[in-house]
Design a protein around this ligand. Structure first.
Ligand code: ATP
Length: 934
């Protein structure tokens, strides 16, 4: 027995008929495996997971860290400074420190990158599909990893097949096997005869394979192989590794690196050239030292690490708000979204459908009752409360809705729940209210074929066989050997009807009645109800299972309309308001009727009452250029199909919009891929849509998209914040170093490379990390989205950096000038070199003031609560203490080459440093006074 779990039978599973395969795997088509057997088998064969092929090797990731131009420059600096030190018979302290930093940076980068890859893989795992299996006689939903050979798996359109298996039953099953065969066209699969052993994988039409996608129909499958034993597992090399594309920001940072390195090389050349002109070639070596310091100063060594951490924190914050990021660049792009195209059902509304109205040829019913409990009353405007079983028209309608249906109503822990589509669930509940028993009828009327629902068809139909004896059934239900039962969009279904059920009779449908039905449909839709039409056709024999739906669904008998309420999500209304405030345009794209869409859009605040709605039909007839015009005006799109969604995204993008688009169906994948942010539904979404998305909404909620957008903005703002914080100081350092040989009578550098590294990593790094977790500013959702292509220097950031760099250098250079002469004064005791330590200390402490002030662009520091980001305060205190230790703890002093300062000198450093804080606060004050509304 165990053998079959690991090795396929001779010739392969496709050579077996279902009964034989079931016996080999000791399973049962109806009851499935028992929970104990499942447990045992999982121990024997392991989890149903594929070992992902490795992305880059660890070595590659490590090596990649050292290809960064700034690190290369540091390595060059280390080598030169090492040679200089060795020639002077000194310990090459700077060279060692720089090498240490380079290696540390590389190793840190390595850990962060591999952690990011692992974290992304784990996130993907969280989105791993849930499958439906029959176990212990019941249909249960389990994570796909828990499948074992022998399980009975149920497949339907939109699912990704989770393991290999043999088909036991199928109905119009079509599967896209491109993951395996590269063939994009879907292939038909059926439970059929055993196939010859030599049949190639692509032709094994009685098997389904892991990783392939069900695009249509349904199937029941006996799982034969799982995990790495599957066809896909065997060709694991074809598997996609976890993607780790550089984010747009990383690209921008590389550009920034290039600019900085080029700029600093030019400056170095100028300083050396100018110095040699001034002091002759003998000064070359000293000038070289100045240049080396400048080269170290310009590199923001701590920046890459801070960025990686920020993005990681961003994705975690988003997960906490139910948005699962599948591709890292989405974190930033989310902040620049200008249009959100959302589905209606389930995203803007609660997807808890309750039928409130029904209309047949002779009556209008209102139905009471809450939730999914099949308890409620039918009332008729004329007759008041009525007993449904006494109304033949109504019985037919309920019967059709109940059997043309795949949802199951069951009681779980005392509560009624729906397994399946809520639209269908509402019809099961309705039938229950009318006294029809789902279990009993499903048993009596066996389904013989079906033509599934799809968003394109907007309808579904089934054929059922009537029982030969009519125990306890109304006569009208057993009057024919077979029934075709259909439900769907009323307009489409009515076109396919020829007659109408009136009481017990079938009467022809004339134009006047058709118009009346359409008017009734519109009046229900205008109340915001989701309206479905129902129709049937008596059949003498079972229809051909392979017959085209369009041929079968003809000449039907119209039964009536049902209208169901799907209340808007209250939090989505609030989110729509936030969107509008944040310059983001919400749009509704739905398969539902235009009037339903219009009513709900108006209720949600997406469009004004009575605003234009563009229907799929109108869209179909439009040229893309006209659509580009239309998308600028119209907020609501109704009766659209998935391919229309793609055209809408393209039109919006052509108008330079950054589009987030939701989707749940198998055919939404192209639109999701096209959108700047493709968003799949975590609960109701198909596996295929999730695979195509950048982000998954764990709660299917529109409000989550807006929350993620807000987090995206916060991440981007924080990145900009610490970039300006770090680079302002780098520029200040470089200018100070460059100024010393020009201003001072001697050729000397105030800062050693070691001290510069200390500043760039510790005194800049800690506060920058703290700034990375800065919470949202109050107005973050009141500003328009930023342009995703904007350069890192956009919106005044470049100017700010230069301005702050200048302020830094003015402060430190004036201090340097004064301190140099004070330290040389023979009347004042102390180390004549201590002016350098004063420059070093002033630069560090000034950065602390900068960190506190730079937390907000608009709010003055006294307006911000210090505890809203306690990390900044903590970082400032810790860094200041560390800086003091460098001066006052002897071993550290020796190592870092600092000099003792007396209290007055220290106070002077602090005094000069405060100017930085005062300057940044002053800038904010000026801005505030200029535009007091901020
Ligand atoms: P959204 O795209 O906003 O989620 P939707 O759920 O209304 O909107 P679809 O699911 O594509 O869009 O449904 C389109 C239409 O198809 C509905 O208005 C309804 O008339 C019909 N319909 C929906 N579900 C079913 C179903 N299970 N069986 C038959 N017809 C259905």
């Amino acid at each position: 027995m165990t053998d079959w779990l690991h090795t396929p039978p001779e010739g392969g599973w496709h050579t077996l008929l279902p009964p034989k395969a079931l016996t080999l795997l000791d399973s049962d088509q109806v009851a499935g495996l028992s929970p104990e057997t499942v447990e045992r088998r999982r121990e024997q064969v392991g989890a149903n997971v594929l070992e992902e092929t490795k992305g880059r090797s660890s070595w590659r990731i490590l090596l990649d860290q050292f290809t960064n131009i700034m690190l290369l420059m540091l390595i060059a600096v280390a080598i030169i400074s090492g040679i200089i030190a060795l020639r002077a018979d000194e310990v090459p302290k700077d060279a060692i420190a720089i090498f240490a930093i380079v290696i540390l940076n590389g190793v840190l980068g390595y850990f962060q990158e591999s952690r990011a890859e692992k974290a992304l893989a784990a996130l993907k795992q969280m989105a791993s599909p849930i499958v439906r299996v029959v176990r212990g006689g019941k249909v249960v939903e389990v994570p796909s990893q828990e499948l074992v050979p022998g399980d009975i798996l149920l497949l339907e359109a939109g699912m990704q097949v989770a393991a290999d298996g043999l088909l036991l039953e199928s109905s119009n099953l079509q599967v896209r096997e491109s993951a395996l065969t590269g063939e994009a066209q879907a292939v038909s699969k059926q439970a059929a005869e055993a196939l010859p052993a030599e049949t190639s994988v692509g032709d094994r039409t009685n098997l389904v394979f892991q990783g392939t996608e069900v695009v249509y129909g349904r199937g029941k499958v006996l799982i034969t192989q799982t995990g790495m034993q599957t066809e896909l597992g065997r060709i694991a090399a074809m598997l996609q590794a976890v993607e780790s594309e550089p984010t747009p920001l990383q690209v921008r940072m590389d550009q920034l690196g290039n600019t900085l390195v080029t700029g600093s090389l030019i400056l170095v050349a100028l300083v050396v050239f100018g110095g040699v002109l001034r002091a002759g070639w003998s000064a070359f070596e000293d000038l070289l030292e100045v240049s080396l310091s400048m080269a170290v100063a310009v590199v923001p060594e701590g920046l890459p690490a801070v960025i990686t951490v920020t993005l990681a924190i961003g994705t975690q914050r988003m997960v906490r708000r139910n948005a699962l990021i599948r591709r890292l660049p989405a974190v930033e792009t989310l902040g620049s979204v200008t249009t959100i195209c959302s589905d209606k059902t389930g995203t803007l509304t609660q997807n808890k459908m309750v039928v409130q109205a029904a209309q047949t040829a002779s009556a209008n019913y209102r139905i009471t009752g809450d939730g999914y409990a099949p308890e409620g009353q039918f009332t008729d405007a004329d007759q008041g409360a009525i007993a449904a079983p006494a109304q033949p028209e109504l019985v037919q309608l309920l019967f059709c809705g109940l059997l043309c249906n795949d949802a199951i109503l069951q009681k779980e822990q005392g509560e009624w729940v729906i397994l399946g589509d809520p639209t269908e669930g509402a019809l099961v509940v309705l039938a229950g209210k009318g006294g029809l028993n789902q279990q009993q009828l499903l048993h009596q009327f066996e389904r013989v074929s079906e033509w599934a629902f799809s968003s394109e068809r907007k309808r579904m139909s089934v054929a059922v066989r009537s029982p030969t004896t009519s125990q306890n059934l109304p006569d009208e239900l057993t009057a024919t050997p077979y029934w075709l039962l259909a439900k769907g969009s009323p307009e489409l279904l009515l076109e396919r009807c020829q007659s109408l059920q009136r009481q017990r009779d079938v009467v022809p449908l004339d134009d006047a009645i058709r118009q009346q039905i359409l008017r009734q449909n519109e009046s229900m839709a205008a109340q915001g109800l989701r309206v479905l039409g129902l129709a049937c056709k008596p059949l003498q024999s079972a229809p051909d299972d392979h017959a085209e739906a369009d041929i079968v669904e003809q000449e039907m008998v119209w039964l009536g309309l049902v209208g169901m309420m799907d209340a808007p999500r209250p939090e989505a209304k609030e989110a729509v308001r936030l969107c509008l405030q944040a310059g983001i345009r919400p749009m509704m794209i739905t398969g539902d009727h235009q009037l339903t869409a219009q009513a709900i859009a108006a209720d949600m605040g997406i469009a004004a009452p009575g605003a234009d709605v563009l229907t799929g039909q109108a869209l179909e007839a439009m040229a893309q250029t006209d659509l580009r015009q239309a998308v600028q005006q119209v907020q609501v799109y109704a009766r659209v199909s998935p391919e229309h969604k793609l055209r809408i995204v393209q039109a919006l993008q052509a108008e330079h919009q950054i589009v987030a688009m939701t989707g749940d169906g198998v055919n939404d994948a192209p639109a999701l891929k096209q959108a700047d942010i493709g968003i799949a539904m975590g609960i109701t979404g198909t596996d295929v849509s999730k695979e195509a998305s950048d982000m998954v909404l764990l709660d299917d909620n529109f409000a989550t998209i807006v929350a993620a957008g807000e987090e995206g903005r916060v991440v981007y703002n924080n990145i900009r914040r610490f970039v300006k914080y770090i680079l302002g100081s780098n520029i200040g350092e470089v200018l100070t170093i460059a100024a010393s040989p020009i201003l001072l009578p001697i050729l000397d550098v105030p800062l050693t490379p070691l001290q510069i590294l200390w500043m760039n990593l510790v005194t800049d790094g800690f506060p920058a990390l703290a700034l990375a977790v800065e919470p949202a500013e109050p107005d973050v959702m009141k500003r328009p989205p930023h342009d995703p292509k904007e350069s890192i220097f956009a919106r005044g950031l470049g100017a700010y950096m230069i301005r702050i760099g200048l302020v830094f250098s003015v402060i430190s250079i004036s201090l340097m000038y004064w301190a140099y002469f004070a330290a040389q004064d023979p009347n004042v005791p102390g180390d004549p070199e201590r002016w350098k330590t004063m420059v070093f200390t002033t630069l560090c402490i000034a950065q602390m003031g900068h960190a506190i002030a730079v937390r907000s662009d608009t709010q003055m520091t006294y307006e911000m609560s210090p505890v809203s980001n306690p990390f900044v305060l903590a970082a400032v205190v810790i860094t200041t203490v560390l800086q003091m230790m460098l001066i006052y703890v002897e071993p550290l002093r020796n190592f870092f080459g600092t000099h003792l300062l007396n209290p007055t000198e220290l106070l002077i450093c602090f005094g000069f440093s405060t100017l930085m804080f005062v300057w940044v606060e002053g800038e904010k004050l000026v801005r505030k006074l200029r535009s007091p509304r901020q």
